[in-house]
Design a binder for this molecule. Structure first.
Ligand code: PLP
Length: 395
């Protein structure tokens, strides 16, 4: 199917789908590790690359290929490389495109595990990493060295929903001969398409909104064919491949991506607006609110504010900020206490002691992840039930 003439909603449902001789209307699950050849000569041609076709599911698998083609159509990317998780997508991207001695500039406000990967593990293998403020373009410019290969951002950031100007950072990266990588997990292509804004590579944790119902781990790296070739080369050698079963679940998830993201954002905006009026809330972070420092930029870059709302709980006399946050979390009956996000079920998290607990207290302070902060990944329940579950905030 030529994807250009269709709207995004149609691509979600239709792009990438292929059927076998049986004519199945829903994508088939190819749960097999290897593929048979007609002859020794065909096997040699497949391995030699002179004949296209599947060889082994660590390299390619038809269900995974359908997922890759669908997500590539949605992000407007030439190629998608599916991975076993969001973290292995980031790993494959860096291992494919950087060598020891190379330099990466990364936002300080990225997923806690990504901070560990860049600042600890990859550093041990000779990658030089500088962490800078997501929103201060001067810091990105200043951090550049002749060895800089990648800029790495997450926008909106976790958990404070800070937003960077993708086009501006892409320009700075390109002038330095580097590539801009955007982890688009919080928005998905239904809300933001970084490649159209000048970014070179998009990363996904498919575990979140792409699945949409909290079932499977998966990830993806997307970009031009030239950039994806070494990323795919790392993947098929290192084996951080997406399982066919997970790809099949994600294919089903993507079909409903646009209506889900619209519903998440509608609920999140309503909840954020309500939170701003609650006596026990001192501050709300949500890009869809006019009070958000980058609201205007959010309106330009994103279709909506997305589904993540973060807020600061007020402490009562003699109460530490963490106690106040935990008391609210523990008083919920409906919202799930879990660190996952992007689920139909709303989830509530205390970032300082969970997702960001391995980040040093100093780094947490700089990133603004305070002890009184609570993050809600707003699900698809009725908004009044969500408000009622947080009733402690108006006492
Ligand atoms: C969850 C997450 C990841 C990591 O994804 P996994 O699938 O858990 O490995 C990376 N980036 C962001 C923004 C995330 O929320």
């Amino acid at each position: 199917m030529t994807t250009q003439q269709y709207h995004p909603e149609t691509l979600s449902v239709r792009a990438g789908s292929e059927s076998t001789e049986f004519g199945e209307n829903s994508e088939a699950l190819f749960l097999n590790s290897s593929f048979r050849f007609n002859s020794a000569a065909q096997a040699a041609a497949r391995f030699g690359g002179t004949e296209a076709g599947n060889i082994y599911s660590r390299f390619t698998n038809p269900t995974v290929t359908m997922f890759q083609n669908k997500l590539a159509a949605l992000e407007g990317a030439e190629q998608c490389v599916a991975t076993s998780s969001g973290m292995s997508a980031i790993l494959a991207c860096v291992m494919g495109l950087c060598s020891a001695g190379d330099h990466v500039v990364a936002s300080r406000s990225i997923f806690g595990t990504s901070v560990q990967l860049f600042g600890n593990i990859l550093k041990r293998w000779g990658l030089d990493v500088t962490f800078v403020s997501l929103t201060n373009a001067d810091e990105w410019q200043t951090a550049v060295t002749p060895k800089t290969k990648l800029f790495f951002v997450e926008t909106p950031s976790n958990p404070l929903t800070e937003i960077c100007d993708i086009r501006l950072l892409a320009d700075i990266a390109h002038k330095a001969g580097a590539h801009l990588v955007v982890d688009n997990c919080f928005c998905t292509p239904a809300i933001q398409q970084p490649l159209a804004l000048g970014a070179d590579i998009v990363i996904h944790s498919a575990t979140k909104y792409i699945d949409g119902q909290g079932r499977c781990l998966g990830g993806a790296v997307l970009g031009s064919k030239a950039l994806m070739e070494p990323v795919y080369g790392f993947l098929r050698t290192a084996g951080v491949t997406m399982s066919a079963f997970n790809a099949w679940v994600f294919l089903k998830g993507l079909e409903t991506l646009h209506i889900r993201m619209e519903a998440h954002a509608k609920n999140a905006l309503a909840l954020a607006t309500w939170l701003e009026t609650q006596p026990q809330v001192t501050r709300v972070y949500y890009p869809g609110l006019p009070s958000h420092p980058q609201h205007a930029l959010a309106l330009r870059q994103q279709v909506s504010g997305g589904g993540i709302v973060t807020f600061e709980v007020k402490t009562k006399a003699g109460q530490a900020p963490q106690e106040a946050a935990w008391a609210l979390i523990d008083a919920t009956k409906l919202i799930s206490i879990t660190a996952n996000l992007g689920d139909a079920k709303s989830t509530i998290t205390h970032p300082a002691t969970t997702t960001h607990s391995r980040v040093t207290p100093d780094a947490r302070a700089i990133a603004g992840v305070t002890d009184g902060l609570v993050r809600i990944a707003v699900g698809l329940e009725h908004i009044e039930d969500l408000k009622a579950d947080l009733a402690l905030l108006n006492k």
